[in-house]
Design a protein around this ligand. Sequence first.
Ligand code: HEC
Length: 451
Amino acid sequence: MATRFARLTDHPLFSGALVLAFLAVLALPGQALSAQEAGADEDVTYTRDIAPIIQQNCQICHRPASVAPMSFMEYRDVRRYARRIKDQVARRLMPPYHYDAGSGIQDLKNDWRLSEEEIGAIVTWVDNGTPEGDLADMPEAMVWRDEQMWQQEERLGPPHHVIKTDPFDVPAEGGDMWWRPIVPTEVTSDRWIRAMEVRPSWPAGRQVVHHANPKLLRLKEDGDFQPLGNLSEYAMGKIGEIVPEDAARLIKPTDMIEWDTHYYPMGFDVPGDQIELGVWFYPEGYEPEFTQNLRLYPLQGDIFLEPGGTSMTQGFYRWDHPVRIDSFQPHGHVHLHGMSIKAIYPDGKQEVLSMVSDFDARWHHSYIFDDDKSPLLPAGTVLVMTGWYENSADNPLTDSEMFYARGSRTVDEMSHAWIAVSHLDDEGFERIKAEREAKSKVTSDDGAGSN
Ligand code: HEC
């Protein structure tokens, strides 16, 4: 009974007040029962246990004038969506991060995933009938940073250089829209980049920009441009690219930036919208120890998807020098179900480095490894990228009655991995390895001492 009526609260036609009246009359006995069954877990309360999780992990998007369609600022808002919240967090669909908890490197920068304990608390709280708890336990409201500031401004100051898209008129109504202007970098000399960040306009852009990726194009001697991969990438909530301390990326006056931006109309006109790329440089004359580049690594082979069918592709890459893998981002369209990267070391040992088995083409993430955990691959290591695809009726983004094949239109399927690689020499490789070993020794010695 309780379940059935709680589900009604999700229906847009039901106003909160009407539903409350229903629940008060009919649903209470059911709720009391599940609370009894839950035993000790009974005292998970909104104010003490759930509000901090919602504040720190959801409100950035679930608040007025942000990207999500519903706000989770007040107890009654959260209670109203409780069943859907339970469902989304239990399936790890929200926060929208999509990185496997069970396999590959788990130490990531800017990791949005909830812990098992946080997920368990939310599930128990919803099963217990969403008790509010003692108002005195309610944490202070979040203080949001000045929205006009760059996310990295506190640490690095304002960016040294800003590159903007050409203006784009976003209409009030319509479906997905793509805007791909090519603009000059307007840097005046070769510079090494330390950090980058993409920022939509405020406040309108924060709602209508779904993602925005500036790609670097380098002028070749024959006058053509060579794509060098994304400089950075924006998806709501993400901080920019931080290049590791010992590495840097180069930008030249003759480079161009090709923007790949995706807008979604939200019910109001946004005339002349511009998205910005902020760039922080190393000082003039700086020479990095290693260079880093972010580029596309293709997965080869046919993709043929019949209704209900599956497909698989692979890519292989071997460097002739030691490298460090700094980040990994799977890319595919709506049928890509998962992608993994695996190392086969020269001694034959194999290791899964990263796994995304529930890819969602609506959310693009570059998974950046923690500085001391990014994989170090000796010369001759083979990197194996595997992508798998499914044309399934469970997938709301596609018509699974149709056939699909490889291609570059949105309805076709394709895939590749974006990988940021620092290019090392033998000396650098050995030094980083030794530094990490020394650090992990200190940490385990500390641990032993405090026990
Ligand atoms: C990066 C932004 C972002 C964050 C962080 C985020 N959400 Fe969302 N959420 C969205 C957007 C956008 C939608 C609507 C589109 C969609 O469903 O993908 C959404 C939809 C939802 C829905 C409705 C899904 C459905 O179809 O029933 C629920 C429930 C939800 N979010 C819960 C949460 C919870 C709980 C958290 C924190 C633990 C959270 N979200 C964090 C952006 C976010």
